[in-house]
Design a protein around this ligand. Structure first.
Ligand code: DGT
Ligand code: CA
Ligand code: CA
Ligand code: ZN
Length: 587
């Protein structure tokens, strides 16, 4: 962590201690410590930590020095994590509302029993906050406004929504005169499932016209900050966007820094330090010698021979780490051993399973879907309309499914499309783990996806048994959206994911990576381990219309975050191999 981050943690420790009514001297020690750290030079801090002379600084005792060192080197502090856990999460959230410090938060809790933002909003609406000593009407109004703003600003956005908002801005920036390189960094570049804000980076020779162009884009609703080489705006959707402008020779360093993640950056800086280097958004410079990292970088300036991220990683003895893997989850260790996997790519996808038509709740007919899949260059399209128990989705009865199998057979026979259509179903897993269709019918299909669409509130053990029972039935090819989560809308249902993964492997069942941008289920965080155990996935768009077939590209991003290679993904197989695989699976 850098000094600003460390100071912020120390300040927060002070606030949490105050909230808990701890000894005022202790509280003040942290608050003062934060100010001292902030006043140190970044390099001085690093040097003192390395030399063990932090305690010589006035205002930093032994305990504080230890904590600062832990934060600086590991980016974490156990003491802080435990302290934060001991305070109700709602109270910590309340503290983040402007105008509420520890003292006010304690009063609210003691007098009105308020320990969540929701309770605080209700109390403000009822006027009981204004009636408290030391609050009043004005404070109450300010708190309400703070809550409303936080709700708007805190909202995260689906990756695809953010990517679509970024695309025209990226394209526009690339066309401006004097612009050398443009990239969107941050969580968008790392393909996180949700994005907090956009981070644009531009290498240029003249900043003025670029900032001017950025803040006057049609999608911009409000300019929140504007400087010579940076600007921040809020777009109509509520999404915020930052712009940073740097000289061309600095681009690669800022690109890496702004791509993150924070954890990855902390580990990279640590690796640089071990090599006597200081790594920052300014450059990669020798740690020794006079001057700040920024000054040194400017001094070295154009003499640096590092122009690409490849070269930057190589300088630290690392293979190139794709942005998707930069989460501080072992990618640096793997890159050091040249053991990063060759990640699956969009172009590897040969066809897509789990798609709906107007027969159930899709918006397009079988032929429209097939034409669209072909236009995307896909060799095959797997249809999987809902089964009869999903009444709200117009699930197919046995008769209608049999008719659809015949219809698909006729379509394939006409050879009207080069794209082959596989027959399938998205068959409900009933609350007891039985399937909505019997084995005889499933045996007539090319493939079967089984999914949970009801009784979401079952206890975890019941849900887990239910799903595993379904996986043990004959003719089950894939498990659909394992956890049922809808990003930013609905939590996953309670289920023991690891047990389900083991059961899928044991039964030769594929677990889908549902590529709908609101699902991305199973989550990327599970895939590395699951694939190592031998689990196979299929990246399924779950398209309910022709415009959603390309969702598989969003899924590829999540698969890459999960360290998956082409071999881990079933639908990278060409048509002939796919037919063979499905036939063998059917037995
Ligand atoms: P988001 O926007 O919440 O979805 O996530 P990010 O990763 O895009 O985070 P953001 O926009 O706050 O910052 C972009 C990147 O810049 C972040 O991934 C790492 C780097 N960065 C920003 N602030 C800090 C910081 O205080 N310390 C460190 N080490 N890196 C930072
Ligand atoms: Ca961001
Ligand atoms: Ca940002
Ligand atoms: Zn479904």
């Amino acid at each position: 962590m850098n000094k600003t981050e460390i100071a912020a943690v120390l300040t927060e420790i002070g606030t949490l201690l105050e909230l808990k009514g701890e000894n005022p001297f202790k509280i003040r020690a942290y608050q003062a410590g934060a100010r001292v750290v902030e006043s140190l030079g970044e390099d001085e801090l690093t040097q003192r930590i390395e030399a063990g002379t932090l305690e010589e600084v006035k205002g930093i005792g032994e305990a504080l020095a230890q904590k600062i060192t832990e934060l600086h080197t590991t980016g974490r502090l156990e003491f802080f994590d435990k302290l934060a856990q001991s305070v109700p999460a709602g109270l910590i959230e309340i503290l983040r509302i402007p105008g509420i410090g520890a003292k006010k938060a304690r009063t609210l809790q003691e007098k009105l029993g308020i320990d969540t933002v929701a309770k605080l909003r209700a109390a403000c609406a009822a006027g009981s906050v204004a009636a408290l000593d030391g609050f009043g009407e004005k404070t109450q109004e300010k708190i309400l406004e703070g809550i409303r703003n936080r709700e708007a600003y805190d909202k995260r956005h689906l990756w695809l929504t953010a990517a679509e908002a970024a695309a025209p801005i990226l394209a526009g920036l690339r066309k401006l005169p004097g612009v050398k390189q443009v990239e969107s960094c941050g969580s968008l570049r790392r393909r996180m499932e949700t994005v907090g804000d956009l981070d644009f980076l531009v290498a240029m020779t003249d900043p003025a016209p670029i900032v001017g162009w950025f803040v006057t884009q049609p999608a911009v609703k409000e300019i929140t900050a504007r400087g010579e080489t940076k600007a921040s705006v809020r777009l109509e959707s509520g999404l915020q966007a930052d712009l940073r402008l740097v000289p061309p020779e600095q681009f690669v360093f800022t690109l890496h820094h702004l791509t993150g993640s924070k954890d990855h950056n902390v580990q990279m800086r640590h690796r640089a330090q071990q090599r006597g280097l200081s790594m920052s958004e300014w450059g990669l410079v020798p740690a020794a010698g006079e001057g700040t990292a920024k000054e040194k970088a400017e001094h070295l300036g154009r003499k640096t021979d590092i122009r690409t991220e490849e070269q930057l990683f190589r300088k630290l003895g690392l293979a190139h780490i794709p942005p998707e893997l930069r989460e501080g989850l072992g990618e640096i260790e793997a890159a050091a051993e040249d053991a990063l996997p060759p990640l699956v790519e969009e172009g590897d996808i040969r066809g897509v399973f789990h798609n709906h038509t107007t027969a159930s709740d899709g918006h397009n007919t079988l032929e429209e879907m097939t034409a669209a899949a072909q236009a995307l260059g896909l060799e095959y399209l797997g249809i999987a309309d809902h089964s009869k128990s999903s009444v709200q989705a117009r699930g197919l009865s046995e008769e209608r499914l049999v008719a659809q199998i015949a219809e698909i057979g006729r379509l394939n026979a006409t050879k009207k499309f080069k794209c082959h259509v596989f027959t399938g179903t998205e068959c409900d897993i009933l609350p007891d783990g039985k399937l909505d269709f019997d084995a005889g019918l499933l045996a007539q299909l090319d493939y079967t996806v089984v999914s949970v669409h009801s009784s979401f509130r079952q206890e975890s053990a019941v849900m887990t048994k239910r799903i595993i029972r379904a996986l043990e039935q004959p003719h089950v090819t894939m498990l659909g959206h394992l956890t049922g989560r809808l990003l930013l809308e609905r939590e996953a249902y309670a289920v023991e994911v690891d047990k389900v993964i083991d059961a899928a492997i044991a039964n030769g069942v594929v677990i889908e990576l549902n590529a709908n941008p609101s699902r991305l289920d199973l989550d990327w965080r599970h895939w590395r381990k699951a694939a190592e155990k031998g689990l196979l996935t299929s990246i399924n768009p779950d398209a309910h219309g022709t415009d959603q077939l390309a969702y598989h590209k969003v899924g590829v991003g999540a698969a890459r975050k999960g360290w998956l290679t082409k071999d881990h993904v079933l639908n990278t197989r060409p048509l002939a191999a796919m037919k063979k695989w499905l036939a063998a699976r059917r037995g």
